[in-house]
Design a protein. Structure first.
Length: 48
């Protein structure tokens, strides 16, 4: 009984970690889109 509780707990943690990482990835892409585009435009204007 104890082993199955531990297994469920580990699976739950893995699920939480995976969803947090997926959320962070989506958030980073959104933020990168908003922050990165003006930065890239500035860099392109500087180097051209």
């Amino acid at each position: 009984m104890q082993d199955s509780k531990i297994a469920v707990f580990v699976l739950f943690i893995l699920l939480v970690v995976a969803s947090v990482q997926a959320f962070n990835c989506a958030l980073a892409k959104k933020l990168g889109h908003f922050v990165g585009l003006p930065y890239l435009e500035m860099e392109r204007a500087t180097y051209s």
